[in-house]
Design a protein around this ligand. Sequence first.
Ligand code: SF4
Length: 497
Amino acid sequence: MLRIFSEELQDPKNFVVTIELVPGRESFGRTTDSLVGIAKDAFADGRVSAVSITDNPGGNPSLSPDVLGYEIFKYGLDVIVHFTCRDMNRVGMESRALQLARLGMKNILCLTGDYSGKGFEGRGAPVFDLDSVLLSRMIKGLTHRLLASGDPEPFYQGCGVSPFKTRKSECIAQYKKLDKKIAAGAGFVITQLGYDINKFNELIRYHNEKNAHIPVMGSVYLLSPRAAKAMNMGRVPGAFVSDALYKQVASEWKDPKAGMNAAIERAARLGVVLKGFGYRGIHIGGVHKSFDTVGAILDRMEEIEDDWPKYLSDFADKEKNAYYCYDQVTQVEETPEPKPGIRDRLTDHYPYSFLSTAHNLFFDKTNVLAPMYRKFAQFLENHDKTWVLKRCLEDPMKMSMLSCQGCGDCGIQHAGFLCPESGCPKHTRNGPCGGSRDGFCEVYKEKRCIWVRAYDRLKHADKLSTFLEDRVPPRNWELNKTSSWANFHLNRDHQKS
Ligand code: SF4
């Protein structure tokens, strides 16, 4: 009998188990057969509500989750399809969502996605036309349309969150973006992987204060030395494995059988702790060959469930300099935030003051001079001369100060007067992706994430209350390479009143 993931997760009496499957770069063969085998055995076992299938993980090409998911779905197990913003624009994404709806696969995990990896003859073009907040909004809108046209089932869309962040700015940004995703329609949340129990506690406390009605599932992983090394070195965006844990895992796996037993025990312990904290389920990853390991984790969880507080100290490692929003469950030292230095003043504080003053003077529709600016813009438009404004004033200023890309639908005011087009390789307009590490960008590791800089700028200007408050629509590509100044005053951009 088909178990319905959405119904099971929304019933607070249930503790839901899902498994993450990662397809490879093949349509047939051993890897694909193993994944289908895991799903079939999970269905037969009866304790797993659904499998989730990744969407070109790491940005590298792999078998489509839609195709593999449908095959599994037909066997009777419910499926959650990972849906990223990296490989398609909004047109392709909507078409893909319609295809999934037609196939009956309505559980969608909306993710910004890792950056593009290597495909045919090199790195692929990163699209990122929407971000995860906007994707959630698009799917929610689609649900209304589909129901109106007679489709009986709505989409059940979820989102990811990474609590494993070290800087205060990153933590706040992740949680505020989580609020936006939920406001945009996310009906469930799955965390990133990590082994810091204080961070898991922080997330669930924050979430219960804000959005307790939305279930959160915690990620649990069958940790091999290879995966532990990748997470420890920051090669899995948003995941966290401490140096000590990596060393421990490496030593456990000197004997592969002992290593596997230790991995099962660790996953089971983390699983019961998450259940004890009030997570509504676990999402088990790292299972590539057979369902037996998942069965062993679930058996062990049943044995040790009541003793969960005993295992808190197993996961007490913290990342260097980590910030915590709440008092911790285990004793870890608090590290002060770094003080702003001369670089911050030159690259952030002074430009912010200048741009914010200019914005208030020229781009505030409540300003007394606004009607005059509008008339001037209209005059240029009527005489086909907006290009003069753009080339002579706008481009030189914005290119030198913001490395402006000329999108014509300017979003700097939502990001502390930093440009999401030039500053963020994923062009996020509603807050950071989950991949920043120690405040630095997932893609360009030497550059600070623009959302960390935006936070620091707003904090310095005493305007933190505005951080990530706006619900920003996607950029309008019709305006590409036109004057954003004229577009603003002529009510053509996303701020039209
Ligand atoms: S700048 Fe920040 S949000 Fe953009 S890709 Fe880098 S880490 Fe992600």
